[in-house]
Design a protein around this ligand. Sequence first.
Ligand SMILES: NC(=O)c1ccc[n+]([C@@H]2O[C@H](COP(=O)([O-])OP(=O)(O)OC[C@H]3O[C@@H](n4cnc5c(N)ncnc54)[C@H](O)[C@@H]3O)[C@@H](O)[C@H]2O)c1
Length: 200
Amino acid sequence: MKTVVVGAGGISNAWLPVLKTAGVAVAGIVDLDPARAKAQAEKYALSPVISTDLKKALRTIRPDFVLDLTIPDAHCSVTCTALRAGYPVLGEKPMAQSMAQARRMVKASEDAGKLYMVSQSRRYVDVHAGLARFVASGKFGALTALNCAFYIGAHFGGFRDEMDSPLILDMAIHHFDLARMISRADPVAVYAKEFNPRGS
Ligand SMILES: NC(=O)c1ccc[n+]([C@@H]2O[C@H](COP(=O)([O-])OP(=O)(O)OC[C@H]3O[C@@H](n4cnc5c(N)ncnc54)[C@H](O)[C@@H]3O)[C@@H](O)[C@H]2O)c1
C-alpha cells in the first residue's frame, strides 16, 4: 500500500517508523511548512513527493489512503478534502475541534462511500490492554463504575498553547476512549466542566 501523510509534526515521529515496518510506502508528505516535510523525509530516509497542496498531491500520487496527522483544527478540512477526492482516511485524534466539524466529516465519508477512522492508539498500550482484559475476564466481578483522574499541565508548546481547552479538546479523548474500551459500552450522555487551578 502507499499513503500520503499530511502533517509532518511531532506525531509523525511515531507514525513514520511504523509505516515502514508495516510495509506502507510513504509516497507523499504534505505540510503547510515544506521544510518540516522535507526534514522528516530525510530523518526517516524516505523519498516522497513533498507538497503544500493536498489536492495536487492526491492527483499525482493516487494513494491507497491518506494519513491525517495535522493539528485538530485542520482535521476537518484535510480529511474532507481527501474523502471528497475519493480516498479513505486514517486520522489522528481528536476527530475534530467541534461537533459541527465532526458531523461534516461523517457526512463526507458517507457521501464518498470511503472509510474514515480515527486512531485510538492508547488502546494498544500494554497496561491499558491488560486492564481491559482483566475486567473482561470477570475475575473482578461486574463493573459498576469506572473513574479516571487525569491532571496535566499541557504546556507542550505548539498548537495546544493556542487552544481554549486543550485538556478537553485534545487530551481527554484518550481517557474517554479507554473508558469505552474497558467498560465495553458506548456513552449515552456526556457532561464536562473545566476550570483552571489558581495560578495556572
Ligand atoms: N495519539 C497520540 O498519542 C498523539 C500524541 C501526540 C499528538 N497527537 C495528535 O496528532 C496531531 C498532530 O499533533 P503534533 O504534535 O504532530 O502537532 P504539530 O504541531 O507538531 O504538527 C502538526 C503539523 O501539521 C501541519 N499542518 C497544520 N495544518 C495543516 C494543513 N491544513 N495542511 C497540512 N499540514 C498542516 C503543521 O505545519 C505541522 O507541521 C494532533 O491532532 C494531536 O492531538 C496524538
